[in-house]
Design a protein around this ligand. Sequence first.
Ligand code: F6R
Length: 242
Amino acid sequence: MKVIITENYEELSKVTANIFAAAIKENPSIKLGLATGSTPVGLYEELVEMYKNNEVDFSEVITFNLDEYVGLDKTNENSYNYFMHENLFNHVNLKKENINLPDGMSSTIEQSLIDYQLKIENLGGIDLQIDGLGENGHIGFNEPDSALKLNAHVTPLTESTIQANSRFFDTIEEVPTSAITLGMGNIFASKAIIIIANGAHKAKAVNALVNSTEVTTQNPSTFLKLHPNVTVIVDKEAAKLL
Ligand code: F6R
């Protein structure tokens, strides 16, 4: 596991965007695994800026998002579909047909998840996966539990995740209580994984990810220690317990 500590959030976003841009240049039809939340907002801003400056071309890139709330339509401002369009997709030359997200409104969710995973597999798998880090160590929405799921699934969100995500909603009651997420097996099948985290509130989680000497389902991020190509990029604040 490679660890990069940056001065601040801006540098974290720039360093990560440079890795993305280089990977896209090397493989223009790269399959990117994308995430939402606060942490990657700066990364997406940087990528949009690079696109505007002709430094990166998304015309052949294919994207798969990690997760989506159950029950939120893509027109809902809190859906991850909406977030991705607002923060990245609407501003770069990604082809519509190359954008993939789990469908939180599907009436046949189980089948739609099988299809989603098959599409990833048939295209050769995700080359580069980005994700933030839950304060409780969740990866995607693979929440701490007595066992972790390998495949894409619907999961109830833990109280702490609902609390953490309520900042985006008017009231906590509006936060969906379940979500679709790719499973740990899907995430592990990615050829390279980058985890980004910033701010003192992530310091404990970052310390557990980097320094714990055991893997435990009670902290899903610790399983990343077993993956051969993981880079953790954190700002000074998030790195303060390392
Ligand atoms: C979102 C996702 C989540 C977030 C995590 C951190 O697609 O996969 O695991 O990365 O909850 O969220 P933020 O970045 O808002 O602190």
